[in-house]
Ligand binder design. Structure first.
Ligand SMILES: NC(=O)c1ccc[n+]([C@@H]2O[C@H](COP(=O)([O-])OP(=O)(O)OC[C@H]3O[C@@H](n4cnc5c(N)ncnc54)[C@H](O)[C@@H]3O)[C@@H](O)[C@H]2O)c1
Ligand SMILES: O=C(O)CC[C@@H](O)C(=O)O
Length: 585
């Protein structure tokens, strides 16, 4: 850390004193609560770090004005009040402390459930007004009731633990919930409609993101029982407030417990005033313990970040690594590899770093297999990659299906049937085919133009499923034209692809399966997996000379950090907030 000038930290929302004291040991700390956006914008250029809770909105304007800003700390969980994309694009790290307040929010959730089930706030209010209305406040028990938890992360799991101790049955809706985790937590995974239909209490524990806006809307509320309660301690916009108000007014649900509102502070809010609602002013995390945990944890993280190396490249998840450790998870077309190798050599630079996931001592390529292979062909020892966690909530893995066009469905079938180790088996309908695929009893299913459904299965157990799958895709790719699609409706497809004879539908692979396949040195056929990865860094344009040189890896890493730092200073890094799908290298 610099001897001349200590870094300056601005704390813009109240955090526990223990965290402030810790920060003061290392930095010059100013606590300035209640700043207007204009005031914050005016003073932010003086600070290396900014710490907020949920009240201060850290907009792109504020971040851009923070010329010295290196880190934004959120003393809590949700990052929805911080423009994380702009921060990362400008090399400003964003740190939070998820987990520090999970227990507090879980306890508050249980508190809201009990308050609703036993009418505690209304009974208290009636007594304060001098009444004794014993008959009016007959409640319901939580024991034996069903709680539906939407979002089974840190808070959702803490809620489940407590609800089970109260004798509740717990249903969970959470993408990619493994059966092992569900079993261990004693909960039942269900889809959202079933959760809404079966639960006596529905509790939300998902983050706010654009796709979670109005996750609970009219349609979802309509599925709930008239005796059920909705609890929202997550974020306001996740429930459509107007729809909820209607449902309460029309008696379509029994009540709601609400800690968070679309606009906060929520003053004179019709939901907060509603007799069937127990409302609290975003205090889920407001316990002495949670606030102390969050303040100390964020202080420690900021001290470590500003005191440590603070690599700018790593802030953007960019790393210089050995190319031999970078492994594609899907096959590549050798002709495309050769073309791309020539183009990269002529251009003298690697424009877009492949996106990879760290897996044991390897990096599995999620996007950029052709580029990676082209660099290997060129004999280059090192490569810059962007490392992402494929299980991150905003990374999605979808499956492309293949529309195959050619002279006739019979000729197509003939080609497939000749693949060693493969048998085709007719099935009655789409539902049977889908279920076989889900259960992994088939490698794929085929929908022919005339509407027939066929399962593609292993001929015997000694055949290797991946080998046969690869051979099948290779066979029809050599035979006809293959286009990728996300739709399974043959009628729609034949309008776009008049020569289409068949649609090949693959199972939905999980990121863990994909990594395990690649980690074993195996590959899926090309063009099946589709990772949607927000926050891609593109057009980094790393000179090939640097990647190719004999300099050792640590020296190249230092070079990369300086290279990225300069680009950021000149605002030369193109950062995509939206997912970017690159089909062509
Ligand atoms: N009321 C409060 O004071 C308070 C305090 C802390 C956190 N929160 C809110 O709670 C949220 C959850 O916190 P956490 O620490 O449990 O987060 P988390 O990231 O550990 O868990 C969220 C889970 O929701 C899942 N998810 C996302 N979208 C989903 C969807 N549409 N359907 C089903 N599951 C979905 C994710 O996969 C993840 O597992 C935070 O993002 C924050 O908004 C509120
Ligand atoms: O700052 C707060 O107290 C709210 C915290 C909470 O919403 C969070 O996301 O951690």
């Amino acid at each position: 850390m610099s001897e001349q000038r200590r870094p300056r930290v601005l704390i813009a929302d109240p955090i526990a004193e223990e965290g402030v004291e810790l920060l003061r040991q290392y930095f010059d700390v100013d606590v300035r609560e209640g700043l207007t956006p204009e005031e914050l914008e005016a003073i932010i250029p003086n600070y290396e770090a900014l710490i907020v809770r949920s009240a201060t909105r850290v907009t792109s304007r504020i971040i851009e004005a923070g010329r010295r800003l290196r880190v934004i700390g959120r003393a809590g969980t949700g990052l929805d009040n911080i423009d994380v994309s702009t921060a990362r694009a400008l090399g400003v790290e964003v740190l939070n402390c998820p987990g520090a307040n999970s227990v507090a929010v879980a306890e508050h959730t249980i508190g809201l459930m009990l308050a609703l089930a036993r009418h505690i706030p209304a009974a208290d209010h009636s007594m304060k007004e001098g009444r004794w209305e014993k008959k009016r406040f007959k409640g319901t028990s939580l024991d034996g009731k069903t709680l539906g938890i939407i979002g089974f992360g840190r808070i959702g799991r803490q809620v489940a633990k407590r609800a089970k101790a109260l004798g509740m049955r717990v249903l969970v809706n959470q993408p990619r919930l493994t059966p092992e985790l569900a079993l261990e937590a004693g909960v039942t995974p269900v889809d959202l409609p079933d959760l809404l239909r079966e639960s006596d209490f529905v509790s939300l524990h998902v983050p706010w993101r654009p796709e979670n806006e109005n996750l609970i809307d009219r349609e979802e509320l309509a599925l709930m029982k008239p005796t059920a309660y909705l609890i929202n301690t997550a974020r306001g916009g996740i429930v459509n407030e107007e729809a909820l108000l209607e449902a309460l007014n029309e008696g379509r649900i029994a009540g709601a417990g609400i800690d968070v509102f679309k606009e906060e502070p929520a003053l004179d809010h019709p939901l907060a005033k509603h007799p069937k609602v127990v409302a609290t002013p975003h205090i889920g995390a407001s316990t002495v313990e949670a606030q102390k945990n969050a303040a100390i944890e964020i202080a420690e993280k900021i001290i470590e970040f500003l005191g440590g190396t603070g690599s700018v490249a790593e802030t953007l998840s960019l790393q210089m690594v050995e190319l031999s450790k970078v492994v594609p998870h899907e096959g590549v077309d050798p002709k495309r590899v050769e073309r791309l190798a020539r183009a990269i050599e002529a251009d003298g630079r690697l424009a877009n770093p492949p996106v990879v996931a760290a897996w044991q001592d390897k990096y599995i390529v999620l996007d950029g297999a052709t580029r990676t292979t082209a660099l290997k062909e060129l004999g280059i020892p090192h490569i810059v990659v962007q490392v992402v966690d494929p299980n991150r909530a905003d990374v999605a893995l979808h499956t492309w299906y293949h529309v195959v066009s050619g002279p006739s469905a019979e000729a197509f079938l003939d080609t497939i049937q000749r693949v060693p180790g493969l048998v085709l088996e007719p099935v009655a309908d789409k539902a049977t085919a889908e279920s076989a695929l889900r259960e992994r009893q088939a490698l794929a299913y085929l929908v022919l133009r005339d509407g027939r459904h066929l399962l593609a299965r292993l001929a015997d157990e000694t055949s290797d499923a991946l080998d046969v799958l690869n051979a099948m895709v290779e066979a029809y790719t050599d035979w006809g034209e293959v286009d990728r699609t996300l739709t399974t409706d043959m009628n729609t497809l034949t309008r776009t692809y008049p020569e289409a004879v068949a649609l090949v539908i693959f199972p939905q692979f999980t990121p863990d399966e994909v990594l395990a396949i690649a980690g074993r040195g195996r590959r899926l056929p090309q063009g099946i997996t589709r990772f949607v990865i927000p926050g891609r860094v593109l057009r980094l344009n790393v000179p090939l000379d640097v990647l190719r040189s004999d300099e050792p890896l640590p020296a190249k890493r230092r070079w990369l950090d300086q290279f990225v730092r300069e680009k950021l200073e000149r605002r030369r890094v193109r950062y995509y907030q939206e997912p970017v799908i690159l089909l062509e290298d």
